[in-house]
Design a protein around this ligand. Structure first.
Ligand code: CO
Length: 161
């Protein structure tokens, strides 16, 4: 495994749309090691989620770990089928290490995807997991949380090194 460099907010790749992964290619070594590297990178920077585009790869691959004891979740070619409710959430992003703000997210989502073994999964997610899935699926479409932040709530926080 290896740490990958996280693309920052000014990198134009973050505005590009990610491509679907061919289902037969999910188990290929290059995609499996990308997933392992994304997990290592996410944990290293204490994130709850990371999309492949954030390490410069335009593939529809997301990793999430909300420390619910069930993760990490690996979502390949995710599609949000249904959403329910609305909630104001505190949000940040590893591509914006110093910025935090409030965003409206659904309280519940139903999502379908393939896992890292190329198995089809349909999942109902609530609260933080639903929020993380929405945030990361936005990345696959070139959308950033700062696009959706409630005006006046974006804060700049100096990181302690
Ligand atoms: Co993000």
């Amino acid at each position: 495994m290896a740490l990958r460099q996280i693309r920052g907010q000014k990198d134009e790749i973050l505005r590009k749309k990610s491509r679907e992964v061919n289902i037969d290619d999910i188990t290929l070594e290059k995609n499996q090691s990308l997933i392992d590297d994304m997990l290592e990178t996410m944990y290293h920077y204490n994130g709850v989620g990371l999309a492949a585009v954030q390490v410069g790869i335009l593939k529809q691959i997301i990793v999430i770990d909300i420390e619910d004891g069930k993760g990490p979740y690996i979502l390949i070619n995710p599609k949000i089928l249904k959403t329910k409710g609305e909630k104001e959430c505190d949000e940040g992003c590893l591509s914006f290490p110093n910025e935090f703000g409030k965003v409206i997210r659904p309280t519940e989502v139903q999502v379908e995807f393939y896992d890292r073994d190329a198995k089809y999964v349909k999942l109902k997610a609530k609260d933080l997991l639903a929020q993380a899935i929405c945030h990361e699926v936005d990345h696959l479409n070139g959308v950033l949380f700062t696009d959706k932040v409630i005006p006046g709530t974006l804060e700049y926080v100096e990181q302690k090194q």
